[in-house]
Design a binder for this molecule. Structure first.
Ligand code: M6R
Length: 364
């Protein structure tokens, strides 16, 4: 049942305010700001490292979480693609928390990486959507993301629910390790509880996003740029676009542009810039201006302040509501997903069942 939508992907994008609210409610019970994990507790003071392993979109959720665990909980974090991790034989200390993120819980490489960590890591924790999956069953602790069944091959609501759960886990780590004070934790909790409202406001930008997507559908290549927390999201936006619209896309850290990819920029190259008005905004804008000076076509995704400051000369803008800096990657997922969706629809590709892809990759 597509609930009145043309595609499952559209339905799943639209469901995000509701499922993200559910994920937040289950880890952040009303009446307090403490993150409560289901079942056993985890004590982050006993751990000195976090190793996160996943594939595809779940890998980009891990890369985003690395920023959170480092900044909020001051924990060293490694993130790896499962197919690389499993054959590299990385040393794992017994003070490591090994964390596996998977929507399906059946991805062969991620499961193999988990088995590699058995008997080596202090604890094996998974962040999964399918609670009865192999990855969930073989973990010491499985943290459900509460996204509900995801049918579209392009992962959307699972990504924002993974991010929400990972951010709450980072807050729990920060509370255990005493790296955030009560006020900072309360700020994050309040922002998380306000997330469904801002996600709805982002969904309200659907028409403006469809117009930008119309332009993207003519392109052969598209670049996504972001800095800090927006860098993993730039890669996720590029993955979404390539898998359903078959347009070649790459996500780059804005600061890496001048180390190579800027050579690609000409008047045919659309560049999507993900840039909330945060501490690194000015840097990103100066990278964006380098793109425009070479006639690249910029689609700027930002908030009112960011757009007011930087819209001169851009091709189009997509306006997002203001949000707590830590939560921006969750909110800015919506325009990334909708850009890919509407581009694919404009090109007439099979959105829910793109060629050559399977929902769950159970072979290596
Ligand atoms: O079920 P998993 O989360 O383990 O799947 C991982 C990837 O196969 C998956 O995220 C894939 O990249 C999606 N098609 C991306 O939209």
């Amino acid at each position: 049942d597509k609930g009145g939508h043309k595609h499952y992907m559209a339905k799943e994008i639209a469901e995000q305010p509701v499922v993200v609210a559910e994920a937040i409610r289950s880890y952040l019970p009303t009446g307090g700001d403490q993150v409560v994990l289901p079942g056993d507790d985890l004590d982050f003071t006993k751990l000195d490292r976090l190793t996160m392993v996943a594939c595809g979109t779940a890998f980009y959720a891990c890369l985003t979480a690395k920023y959170w665990f480092e900044q909020l909980a001051k924990m060293p974090v490694e993130v790896d693609i499962a197919s690389e991790f499993r054959y590299r034989e990385p040393p794992i200390s017994d003070r490591t928390l090994a964390l596996f993120v998977s929507q399906s819980g059946e991805t062969a490489d991620t499961l193999a990486a988990l088995r590699y960590c058995e008997g080596k890591a202090d604890k094996i924790v998974s962040v999964v959507n399918v609670a009865e999956s192999s990855i969930a069953r073989e973990s010491d602790m499985a943290l459900p993301i509460h996204a509900g069944v995801e049918i579209g091959v392009a992962s959307t609501k699972a990504f924002t629910c993974q991010l929400s759960v990972l951010l709450m886990l980072a807050l729990k780590a920060a509370a255990d390790r005493g790296t955030l004070n009560d006020e900072e934790i309360a700020d994050h909790a309040a922002a998380l509880r306000g997330l469904p409202t801002v996600l709805n406001a982002a969904l309200d930008q659907n028409d403006a996003i469809r117009q930008s997507a119309q332009r993207l559908s003519e392109a052969r290549d598209v670049l996504f740029l972001g800095r800090g927390l927006m860098y993993p999201l730039a890669m996720e936006g590029a993955l979404k676009l390539k898998e359903i619209s078959y347009i070649h896309a790459e996500g780059y850290a804005s600061g890496e542009l001048k180390h190579g990819p800027i050579a690609l920029i000409d008047k045919h190259m659309p560049v999507v810039v993900m840039a909330p008005r945060d501490a690194v905004f000015d840097k990103t804008v100066s990278n964006m201006q380098e793109v425009m000076a070479r006639k690249g076509k910029v689609i700027l995704v930002s908030d009112d302040d960011g757009i007011a400051e930087a819209e001169d000369g851009v091709w189009s803008t997509i306006r997002m509501p203001h949000v707590h800096t830590s939560l921006a990657p969750i909110l800015y997922s919506v325009p990334a997903q909708l850009l890919a969706y509407h581009t694919a629809v404009a090109k007439g590709t099979d959105v829910d069942q793109p060629r050559n892809l399977a929902k769950s990759v159970t072979v290596e």
